[in-house]
Design a protein around this ligand. Structure first.
Ligand SMILES: Nc1ncnc2c1ncn2[C@@H]1O[C@H](COP(=O)(O)OP(=O)(O)OP(=O)(O)O)[C@@H](O)[C@H]1O
Length: 272
């Protein structure tokens, strides 16, 4: 089988990270090389769970994709088009991101309704506009009802007074309200209690399926990584040491992953 060209990779995948190099603080005592010729292709519609050792480059990968930090060398394509030159805010129209911290992604002083209206008007000239008309209100209510958290009855309360789980559920809804191409989940359940994190994870799966989204989720929760998504990636020192999709992922057991973690852990001489 011939190796696909750069153009073919970009064409046949929603995301294509090609020959990525990234070093922080080059030529200083705190120089850290995270990626040396890192490659990742994600076909449209795939839900990828990413796990890995601390410092393996998971967050850096997301930051490079979103344009929060620049790549040193290589190229990133989204939907066949290069992301080169597109600033973070410009990529935000195509890439939705839910962060670990529930206070990011929503505005605490604004009400649920205002937050939804703002997100709905993202990229439009008038922002919040002249109020929200009845039809939009009904639409927001319907979307909130589907979360099954009772938020539809709290549309006029400030988001800052919601629980962490409710806020993450709302952040998830808000980041997928406009037609994005890629959903990035950046340890989005890590700050929640076990019950709330299970609820938010369930909602995530539901939204990804309903909207046919392509998703990239970094998590430290091995159970979620095994249970959700159709591809699992384990990162270590800037490369994928496990990359299993579809049937291969289905076969992957928690023990296989733990075994790999142990091997890596012994390599590093510490426990993960
Ligand atoms: N802005 C930065 N400046 C300097 N070094 C950085 C920066 N961001 C990340 N690093 C370093 O790059 C390496 C990879 O970090 P990254 O946050 O991507 O790892 P991670 O896999 O997300 O880890 P964790 O699971 O602990 O969140 C680490 O050594 C980290 O210290």
């Amino acid at each position: 089988m011939s190796i696909p060209s750069s153009a073919e990779r970009a064409q046949h995948n929603l995301v294509s990270m090609q020959h990525i190099y990234k070093t922080f603080n080059p030529d200083t005592v705190s120089e850290v090389t995270v990626f040396q010729d890192f490659n990742l292709d994600i076909p449209r519609g795939q839900f990828v769970s990413v796990i890995g050792s601390n410092g393996s480059g998971k967050t850096t990968m997301l930051n490079l994709l979103c344009g929060s930090i620049p790549i040193d060398m290589g190229a990133i394509y989204l939907g066949g088009k290069t992301l080169k030159g597109l600033k973070e805010y410009q990529r935000a129209g195509k890439i939705g991101r839910v962060f670990q911290d529930p206070s990011r992604g929503t505005c605490p002083e604004l009400t649920i309704l205002e937050n939804m209206a703002l997100a709905d008007n993202k990229g439009k000239v008038f922002g919040l506009g002249r109020g929200v008309n009845r039809r939009r209100m009904d639409e927001y209510r319907t979307q909130l009802e589907r979360l099954k958290l009772g938020l539809e009855d709290k549309m006029d309360i400030p988001v800052g007074s919601l629980s962490g789980g409710q806020r993450q559920a709302l952040a998830l809804l808000i980041s997928t309200m406009t037609p994005i191409e890629l959903l990035i989940l950046d340890e989005h359940t890590a700050a929640l209690d076990p019950n709330s994190s299970a609820t938010v994870m369930e909602l995530t799966d539901q939204i990804v399926k309903e909207k046919n989204l392509t998703a990239l989720m970094v998590t430290h929760n091995l159970k979620f990584a095994v249970q959700y998504g159709n591809r699992l990636l384990m990162m270590h020192q800037g490369r994928a040491v496990i990359d299993a999709a579809d049937a291969e992922k289905e076969k992957l057991q928690m023990n296989d992953i733990l075994e790999k973690f142990n091997t890596i852990s012994l390599e590093l001489g510490n426990s993960l």
